[in-house]
Design a protein around this ligand. Structure first.
Ligand code: NAD
Length: 293
């Protein structure tokens, strides 16, 4: 199946990274969010991201940033997706929001259009049930920051067709990404494990066992991880971490996934990590003050 025009819904951390990575791979992108100010912020983030990559990889000519941005149409109107060959959904990690949105998008997009959900934890089979095209729904769990992370987790829903998988693999290849294909489960492989570790690390800080810096240092220097769990939580966004743990808790029940009180307190206080400049660490623009990052 020929994919050229890709709709990206949600222009937050993930949506803007995906739009950037797609445009840099010569796809035409329609980036959708609910208001102009958010889209403007996404445009700035993409411009900065392209500059950062140009410096890092010496990959694009100086005109590169304008050229890449020209491939992205910024829109508040879902109707713009009527020409999309493929749609990647990246809105907030709430089932009701994703369900209502996908029902509308299902009515707008061409019948052949494939939908990928970039969810952290909601099962792909459940997301597909919001549409009338279940075989054409797949999960792509992109890693953050999208333009620089080489590998994604690809999730086959219960009814995902082989054509949808092959078309998605082709799209990922064109983006220069590799993938690991897994079957559907809440949180998939990555977040079913990662969210437990992140939540437990937050509990350690909450109980005063060790400060954030010490917890992260143990993971970096003893285990050789590139980032500790608390710097990772700041990168993901603590609101997204809390929502993901809540999704996992709904599915698995019991005490296994119970958001730490400190996590809830920080989210209520707007300390969401990098996106608000304050989380377990403090950030100034893109210049993080912590060596972990
Ligand atoms: P974010 O809060 O940065 O962005 C979400 C965006 O969705 C916001 O800009 C919001 O305005 C927009 N939105 C909400 N409802 C909308 C609607 N009806 N129509 C259009 N736009 C709408 O969140 P994020 O970190 O980019 O996460 C997005 C999704 O990706 C979530 O499902 C999250 O779990 C998943 N995810 C996040 C990460 C991460 O590291 N942050 C990694 C992988 C997957």
């Amino acid at each position: 199946m020929n994919v050229n025009s890709i709709g990206v819904i949600g222009a937050g951390i993930m949506g803007s990274g995906i739009a950037q990575a797609l445009a840099q791979s010569n796809f035409d992108v329609i980036l959708i969010d609910v208001d102009r100010a958010i889209l403007k912020r996404a445009e700035c983030r993409i411009r900065q991201g392209i500059r950062g990559e140009m410096l890092l990889k010496r990959k694009f000519a100086p005109s590169g940033s304008a050229e890449v941005l020209r491939r992205i149409e910024f829109s508040e109107d879902l109707q713009a997706l009527e020409k999309a060959d493929y749609v990647i959904e990246n809105v907030v990690e709430k089932w009701e929001t994703k369900r209502d949105l996908l029902r509308r998008v299902d009515d707008i997009c061409p019948a052949t259009c494939i939908f990928a959900a970039n969810t952290s934890a909601i099962p792909i089979t459940q997301i597909a049930s919001a549409t009338k095209r279940e075989p054409q729904v797949i999960g792509i769990h992109f890693m953050n920051p999208v333009p620089v992370k080489p590998t994604v987790e690809l999730i086959r829903g219960r009814r995902t067709s082989e054509l949808t998988i092959r078309t998605t693999e082709d799209l990922l290849s064109r983006m220069g990404k590799q993938w690991v294909l897994v079957n559907d489960s809440p949180g998939f492989v990555s977040n079913r494990v990662l969210m437990l570790a992140v939540n437990e690390a937050i509990c350690l800080v909450h109980e005063g066992v060790a400060p954030a810096e010490a917890v992260d240092k143990i993971f970096r220097e003893c285990f050789g991880h590139t980032m500790g769990p608390l710097a990772t939580a700041d990168l993901i966004g603590l609101d997204t971490v809390q929502l993901s743990i809540e999704v996992l808790s709904q599915y698995f029940g019991g005490d296994k996934y119970t958001a730490c009180p400190l996590l809830k307190e920080m989210v209520a206080d707007g300390r969401l990590g990098r996106k608000t400049g304050r989380g377990f660490y403090e950030y100034e623009g893109n210049d993080e003050k912590h060596p972990d990052i």
